[in-house]
Ligand binder design. Structure first.
Ligand SMILES: Nc1ncnc2c1ncn2[C@@H]1O[C@H](COP(=O)(O)OP(=O)(O)OP(=O)(O)O)[C@@H](O)[C@H]1O
Ligand SMILES: [Mg+2]
Length: 250
């Protein structure tokens, strides 16, 4: 479970998160949606202890962020930051191997190599393992980053906009893999998505952020409506029900 209480965050004097209270149950996929600048990445970064909690409390898998050693938290939560970037002259298997660091602390053993192989296999990267990252398509590269987070073997995975720049096939493939992380591998996934139709198609729950506050949450069918989109995004998009779920018509 992820439990967030009274979370506020300021950056350069501006209040970026304004009193977040949020409980996410174990398992499944939660999509975090909201306009540019709403605070999605800040929230994810705080949960992942990439930035320090200023005010409020975050507990993940029974560990209080800020009161737990980095090494211990790194075995609980893996994060793929927005626009993650590493040296292009890194090979796919090396990148995925980084995910194992919290377990081997610099001395990879047989179990780490096996975990990397399993992650490469799951993300259909085995044939690309020796390729440099700059020799991959955008979709393959994004898959490699998610595979790295998966290889970290944590119960919680936080993914910030992994569908960025992907075509429809690559995006659907990646979301199917992410869905599998929850359904088959038993991981709890929190994913930032901009395309609401991917969120309603693949997530169990949506959390909607606007100006640093949670303004709606629940099952996609309960959350996504034309009035909500008008309120949160300030745009008059139509929403139709297709196959029992809301679909945004742009
Ligand atoms: N390092 C920083 N310095 C100054 N302001 C920042 C910094 N990082 C974030 N902000 C501000 O904090 C607010 C929230 O940013 P955040 O990146 O969390 O939004 P977001 O919801 O992830 O947006 P996007 O959809 O564009 O990724 C924005 O107003 C942003 O300008
Ligand atoms: Mg962001």
């Amino acid at each position: 479970m992820i439990r967030i209480e009274g979370l506020h965050h300021q950056i350069a004097g501006a209040e970026v998160l304004r009193g977040i209270d949020l409980t996410l149950p174990e398992g499944g996929v939660t999509a975090l949606i909201g306009p540019n600048g709403a605070g999605k990445s800040t929230l994810l970064s705080l949960i992942a202890r990439l930035i320090r909690v200023q005010r409020g409390r975050i507990e993940i898998g029974g560990h209080v962020v800020g009161q737990t050693r980095d090494r211990d938290l790194a075995r609980v939560v893996a994060v793929l930051a927005q626009g993650a970037h590493v040296s292009a002259r890194l090979r796919v298997a090396e990148l995925v191997g980084f995910g194992r660091y919290p377990w081997h602390l610099g001395r990879p053993g047989a179990a780490d190599h096996a975990a990397v192989d399993a992650a490469l296999e799951r993300f259909d990267l085995t044939g690309l393992r020796h390729r440099f990252l700059d020799e991959l398509s955008g979709g393959q590269r994004q898959r490699a980053f998610v595979a790295m987070a998966f290889a970290q073997d944590t119960p919680y995975l936080l993914l910030d906009e992994p569908l960025n720049n992907l075509d429809i096939a690559a995006a659907r493939d990646l979301m199917t893999l992410v869905r599998g992380l929850a359904d088959e591998a038993g991981r709890t996934v929190v994913i930032v998505l901009h395309d609401i139709n991917y969120a309603t198609a693949f997530a169990d729950r949506l959390v909607v952020l606007k100006q640093g506050q949670v303004v709606a949450q629940g099952a996609p069918g309960e959350v996504v409506s034309a009035p909500l989109l008008a309120d949160v995004f300030g745009t008059a998009a139509r929403v139709e029900q297709i196959d029992g779920r809301p679909v945004v018509l742009v």
